[in-house]
Design a protein around this ligand. Structure first.
Ligand SMILES: NC(=O)C1=CN([C@@H]2O[C@H](COP(=O)(O)OP(=O)(O)OC[C@H]3O[C@@H](n4cnc5c(N)ncnc54)[C@H](OP(=O)(O)O)[C@@H]3O)[C@@H](O)[C@H]2O)C=CC1
Ligand SMILES: O=C([O-])CC(=O)C(=O)O
Length: 266
């Protein structure tokens, strides 16, 4: 039976996900949740993509699965109520879990609804290895996020550096994953993901760098523990519509959707 999927958010990720999931067997994106003020623009975008979807302001009660790709606020506004009703949800705005109490609220809502909330791996790889390694104990997890100056526009980095005239890599934050996710909600979701898989938001060290010498979003992860050591560098190409967001983020959601109906999952 075909599963009906609702997207929350119709920005760079939502639009690309809608396009790339077309024709996927067993699944159909039927609804997209946008703020009321965006409804007309979203209708126009859907028409331009020739997509047969309904633009709505809340998750419909009869949807089978929700994929959030909107922003931190969407978790309290839409994901928690959907979970409470028993609708399974997958989330990309994982930095939202840096808000004290929200992880517990999500877990309680999923338990009450008898369902699950999935934290997607998004722009990075290695989340599976970190979460597995944690079982035997971790000693240190560090994350460095490096993006071109355009990826830091509209963030507190603008008050720290003249992004338009940077000539060398400039550290804009050196702190915990919790602080990174709070200050950079559109740039530090992977910092939150790594920390939630590993040592937690307060014990994971994060460095964020505006780097005029790079064109990709570069994520470096280092993990040490009883299992051994792990080092990963991701050089993610940004989505054309949003330099903050790596294209792999969309692919991680597609993988999740594919695994929902595949007979062999990987
Ligand atoms: N886990 C990961 O690796 C990554 C996670 N992300 C997360 O995904 C989010 C979306 O990324 P992207 O598509 O590139 O961003 P965009 O800014 O291109 O699109 C997000 C869209 O969602 C809208 N929106 C904001 N709040 C809500 C809400 N409560 N309900 C419905 N729609 C809402 C935004 O509206 P408006 O413009 O008015 O705010 C915007 O149109 C990011 O904000 C980030 O939280 C992104 C990259 C990587
Ligand atoms: O897409 C990326 O490269 C990472 C990102 O924005 C985030 O962590 O929020």
């Amino acid at each position: 039976m075909t599963q009906n999927v609702t997207l929350i958010g119709f920005g760079a990720i939502g639009r690309t996900l809608l396009q790339r999931s077309a024709g996927q067997p067993g699944l159909r994106i039927t609804h997209v949740v946008v703020p009321e003020a965006h409804a007309a623009a979203a209708q126009a975008n859907a028409a331009a993509l020739q997509a047969d979807i309904a633009i709505v302001s809340a998750v419909p009660h009869d949807t089978d699965l929700v994929v959030e790709c909107a922003g931190h606020e969407a978790l309290t506004e839409h994901v928690v109520p959907a979970l409470l009703r028993g609708t399974e949800c997958a989330v990309l705005s994982i930095g939202a879990l840096s808000e004290p109490g929200l992880p517990e609220q999500l877990a309680d809502a999923a338990a009450q609804g008898g369902t699950q909330v999935h934290l997607l791996s998004g722009a990075i790889g290695g989340v599976d290895a970190i979460a597995a390694a944690r079982i035997a104990g971790l000693d240190a997890v560090t994350y460095t996020g490096r993006k071109p100056p355009s990826g830091w526009r509209g963030t507190p980095a603008e008050a720290l550096a003249d992004l338009g005239s940077l000539t060398e890599p400039t550290v804009i934050l050196e702190d915990t994953a919790r602080e990174a996710a709070r200050l950079y909600p559109k740039n530090a979701n992977v910092a939150a993901t790594i920390s939630l898989a590993g040592l937690g938001l307060d014990a994971t060290r994060v460095r964020l760098i505006a780097d005029p010498t790079v064109t990709e979003n570069i994520h470096e992860i280092e993990v040490r523990g009883a299992f051994g050591e792990m080092r990963i560098t991701m050089r993610g190409k940004p989505l054309p519509d949003n330099p903050k967001t790596s294209a792999l983020t969309v692919l991680s959601a597609l993988r999740f959707l594919h695994n929902r109906t595949a007979t062999v999952t990987i």
